[in-house]
Design a protein around this ligand. Structure first.
Ligand SMILES: Nc1ncnc2c1ncn2[C@@H]1O[C@H](COP(=O)(O)OP(=O)(O)O)[C@@H](O)[C@H]1O
Ligand SMILES: Nc1ccn([C@H]2C[C@H](O)[C@@H](COP(=O)(O)OP(=O)(O)O)O2)c(=O)n1
Length: 227
C-alpha cells in the first residue's frame, strides 16, 4: 500500500488533555499503530540531560536529536515502555522535569526537522493514531481525521496530580498547575509548529467527561468504528 493511502487519525492538545490515554485506547480498538510524538521530544531532553548538554546550545541539541535512539515496546503486563539509547527511561520521561526540557528543546526548529521523518515512518498499515502538538497541522496534514482535545487547566493539573501520586512521585497541585500553564504558553507561542488546532480538527472539550465517553466520541468519527 503506498504510504499516503494509509489512514491516520491525529490527536493534538495541551498537557493532561488525555491525548495519550485516548490515543492508545482508540488505536487498540481500531487495531492501528500508535505514535507518542511527545515521547520523542522527551527522550531527546532526557538524553541531553544525561550528556550534560546546555539547553541553550542549539547545535548540540540538534545533534542529540539526530543521535538519540528511541524504542517503544510493551512489557509482559502489556504496559508501554520507552527505551532511550537502550535504557528503559519510561519513568524518567514522564516527570515534569522531562516535560519542561522537551518543551524547551521542541522550540528549536532544527530539532523539530530532525524528528520529522522519524514520526512519519510510524505511518504503517493498517493505520496510525498519532498524538502530540502538531500531528494534524505539520506532520500529517493529510490525516483523514483530526481531533483537538482540551480540558480546563485545573482539571488537567488534577489529572496529572493523581497520575503522578499513583506512581509515588511527590508533587503539589499548585506546582503542577503552574508548570502546565507555563508549558502551554511556551508550546502555543513558539514560531514553528505551535500548539493549535488544525483548521479541519474536531475540538472535544473533555472537562468533566469520562475516558470511555471521549474514546467513543473519537471512534464515532471513523466510519464503521463508532458504537
Ligand atoms: N477524560 C478523562 N477524564 C479523566 N481523566 C482522564 C481523562 N483523560 C485522561 N485522563 C487521565 O489524565 C491523566 C493524563 O492523561 P494523558 O493521557 O497522559 O494526557 P496527555 O497525553 O494529554 O498529557 C491520566 O492519568 C489519564 O488516565
Ligand atoms: N508533537 C509534539 C509533541 C510534543 N512536543 C513537546 C511540547 C510538549 O510540552 C513536550 C512534551 O509532550 P508530551 O505530549 O509528552 O506532553 P504531555 O503528555 O502532553 O504533558 O514535547 C512538541 O513540541 N510537539
Amino acid at each position: 500500500m503506498p504510504e499516503s493511502t494509509i489512514p491516520v487519525l491525529t490527536i493534538d492538545g495541551p498537557s493532561g488533555s488525555g491525548k495519550g490515554t485516548i490515543s492508545r485506547a482508540v488505536a487498540a480498538r481500531l487495531g492501528w499503530h500508535y505514535l507518542d510524538s511527545g515521547a520523542l521530544y522527551r527522550a531527546v531532553g532526557v538524553a541531553a540531560g544525561w550528556a550534560d548538554l546546555d539547553l541553550d546550545d542549539a547545535g548540540a541539541l540538534v545533534r542529540c536529536a539526530f543521535d538519540t535512539v528511541v524504542g517503544f515496546r510493551d512489557d509482559a503486563a502489556g504496559e508501554p515502555r520507552v527505551l532511550v539509547n537502550g535504557h528503559d527511561a519510561t519513568d524518567e520521561l514522564r516527570t515534569e522535569t522531562a516535560g519542561a526540557a522537551a518543551s524547551a528543546i521542541a522550540a528549536i526548529p532544527e530539532v523539530r526537522s530532525a524528528l520529522k521523518e522519524r514520526q512519519r515512518a510510524f505511518r504503517q498499515a493498517p493505520g496510525l493514531v498519532a498524538d502530540g502538538r502538531d500531528m494534524g497541522t505539520v506532520i500529517f496534514p493529510d490525516a483523514g481525521w483530526k481531533v483537538f482535545l482540551t480540558a480546563s487547566a485545573e482539571e488537567r493539573a488534577e489529572r496529572r496530580y493523581k497520575q503522578l501520586k499513583d506512581k509515588g512521585v511527590s508533587v503539589t497541585l499548585d506546582g503542577l498547575l503552574r508548570e502546565i500553564l507555563a508549558r502551554d504558553a511556551r508550546d502555543a507561542s513558539r514560531a514553528v509548529a505551535p500548539l493549535r488546532p488544525a483548521e479541519d480538527a474536531v475540538r472535544i472539550d473533555t472537562t468533566g467527561q469520562g475516558i470511555e465517553a471521549v474514546v467513543e466520541r473519537v471512534l464515532a468519527l471513523v466510519p464503521g468504528h463508532g458504537a
